[in-house]
Each structure stands twice: as C-alpha cells, then as structure tokens.
Design a protein. Sequence first.
Length: 185
Amino acid sequence: MGTRTQPRFTLLRSATRMKPSLRDGGSSAPRAETNDAKNPLERFSEAVSCAAGSSSAFGLALIVVLLWAITGPVFRYSDTWQLVINTGTTIVTFLMVFLIQRSQNKESLAVQLKLNEVVAAIEGASNRLIDVEELSEAELEKLRAHYQRLVGLSEKRGGPTASHSVEEEQAGSPTDNEQEAEHRA
C-alpha cells in the first residue's frame, strides 16, 4: 500500500494535555484531561444537562404539574393560575432548547472525531471524507450523487461487494468476479 498522509485532526491531540487512560489499566494510551480544560459555564451546563435527563427531574416536573392542577379549584382556574404554568414551561423550554443543542453539538463532534480516528487507523482506507461535515449542503449532495454513481458502476461489474475502494472504481480495475473469470479461462 502507498504512504498515508497524516490527517489534520491529529493536531487536536497535540494541543490537548494528555494523560494515560484509566480504562487501559494505566497504559501509555493518550487520553485528554477533561475537567481542567472546562470553564465553569461548561461544567454547569453539563451538570444541568445530566440532571435534566434523569428520572428525578421527570418526577419533579410531574409533581409540579400535579400540584398546579390540584391548585386549579383553589384559584378558580383564573388567568393568573394558567399564566403561572405557561410562563414556567416557556422559560424551561427556552433554556432546554439551548442545552439540548449544546449536547447534540458536542456528541456530533465526538462521533465525528471517533469516525475520523477509525478511518485514519484502517490501512488503505480513503481519508478524503474526514472533513466532509465542513462541506455545504450543495457539495454534500454532489458527493452523494458521486457515490450513487459508483454504486451503479459497481453493480454493473459484479455487485456492490465487487469494488474495494473509490480509487479502484474510478480506475476501472477488474472486479473479483472478472479476475476469477480470467483465471478460469
């Protein structure tokens, strides 16, 4: 196989302080320190996100709604009584939208980095798509169409498992079935 270029995302590792992973029994495998690098707002939002997703938070929300419903007759189902729950739920919803988006952004980035690491670790894998999430929607659509054409070419030449890489498909190298047919002849 040819020489592999080093992916750009490895720069992230050198910019982060590393320590041995505890999951690996203290081996020399690098693992980024997390708590020291986080600012107080990030730590707070992670704690709130964790707490908001717990069974206790659901139970607390259920109790609040039940107490509000029970107090309806006491306040004669007034506009103020309705305004209390509407205002409270609106504020909580508003804040949770940003918290959920932050969590999804972080999870998405973590998954992308893990996939980048897998692609970089596999010998012979094409690393051209490592930064694919940075493309515009139009560029992603062109790329999807390109891969759809490759699937079509591959199916014409022996099925979707016939091609081993994008480069082989573009070069038009013989598929396993074609090589096998030539060998028999």
